[in-house]
Design a protein around this ligand. Structure first.
Ligand SMILES: [Zn+2]
Ligand SMILES: [Zn+2]
Length: 340
């Protein structure tokens, strides 16, 4: 078995990420003070002022992802009108809810993908702020959009993946989300990136190399997470768990163990199950900065890694300190799901 770890009295003490070699060490951080790193966030917001409203109006006016500013972005590829998303709570007069166009700043030069820009932006919702926002920092976040909209968003992702792969120069496509400036999001308006690459992206290459020598790796991982009590969702098609081997201490994986293919090759029920499992975790995390990546390749179980960016005691030279609290958070997450 390729996964190395140690249990003491049934509890996980440390575990080594089989892909990267990073070692996660579970520690009790209850006595550690985070007053310095969390101080700015713990202040309650001041009451809204005229200047808050002015700053919000200015943010909408200059945002290239907002309705009315479509001409500030490259030409549109896909548009989902509000009528296609049941119970969408935004302005019904808005001409679109989800929109796709090429990224003005490609991640990979077009010269490497047959002269075509294969970097895409998917604007997840035309709303910039939360419905009851009082200030410019109260942005809409992915966990706040509805489940049906997130499923529709995943269908759009699948459409873009298929489009990118129709370019013979593209071999690999990744879906990536950054939420919040702390996670590297360059625009405050909620969006995803989709990147088509001429070769397997480096993270996928690492995963595929190990999978070739350890074909049962994902089954072993899912079994171990279950044994450790970290499983969140376990259905016939999709499994999710709080991962002790993520990039940061608070990470989650959503895996389709039986679908060894790409997003656009899923049937509608599978795509919906995958999207709903991701959405439950995103809703639980809320507005906290995070990133997620959907990894897909022929022969590899389709999966998403969700990484929360809140915790400062993060990855240092391939070592990770994991708070014992991750085990409590799984219980809280499951309880939230059971209330659905
Ligand atoms: Zn906007
Ligand atoms: Zn992966």
């Amino acid at each position: 078995m390729p996964i190395e770890y140690e249990l003491r009295a049934g509890a996980l003490v440390w575990i080594k990420n089989p892909f990267t070699g990073a070692i996660s060490y579970i520690v009790d951080l209850r006595d550690k003070s985070f007053a310095f790193t969390l101080g700015a966030h713990s202040l309650s917001p001041p009451p809204p002022s005229q200047s808050d409203r002015e700053r919000m109006a200015r943010a909408l006016a200059v945002c290239p992802f907002c309705p009315g500013n479509e001409s500030k972005a490259p030409s549109e590829i896909i548009r989902v009108p509000p009528g296609e998303i049941p119970h969408w709570p935004g302005d019904p007069a808005c001409p679109w809810t989800i929109r796709v166009f090429n990224n003005l700043f490609p991640r990979i030069p077009a010269e490497l993908t047959g002269g075509q820009n294969e970097s895409y932006v998917v604007v997840e919702d035309s709303r910039h702020f939360l419905p009851d926002a009082r200030g410019p920092s109260e942005l809409l976040f992915t966990g706040a959009i509805g489940e049906q909209q997130f499923v529709r968003l995943m269908e759009v992702n699948a459409q873009v993946v298929e489009r990118s792969l129709s370019n013979p120069a593209v071999q690999s496509v990744v879906v990536r989300k950054n939420q919040g400036p702390e996670s590297g999001a360059s625009q405050p308006h909620i969006h995803q990136q989709i990147i088509g690459s001429p070769v397997n992206l480096p993270v996928l290459e690492v995963e595929l190399r190990l999978l070739r020598s350890e074909p049962r790796l994902w089954d072993d991982l899912i079994g171990l997470m279950d044994q450790l009590g970290l499983t969140i969702d376990s259905g016939p098609e999709v499994v999710s768990y709080a991962s002790p081997i993520g990039i940061f201490p608070r990470s989650y994986d959503v895996v389709m163990p039986h679908h060894r293919g790409l997003l656009h090759q899923l049937d509608p029920a599978g795509l919906s199950a995958f999207a709903r499992a991701m959405h439950r975790i995103l809703r639980f995390i809320g507005p906290i900065p995070l990133d997620y990546e959907i990894h897909q390749a022929a022969g590899m179980p389709l999966h998403a890694h969700i990484n929360v960016r809140r915790f400062p005691y993060s990855n240092v030279a391939g070592t990770l300190n994991l708070p014992q609290g991750i085990f409590d958070s799984v219980g809280a997450l499951r309880r939230t799901l059971n209330q659905d």
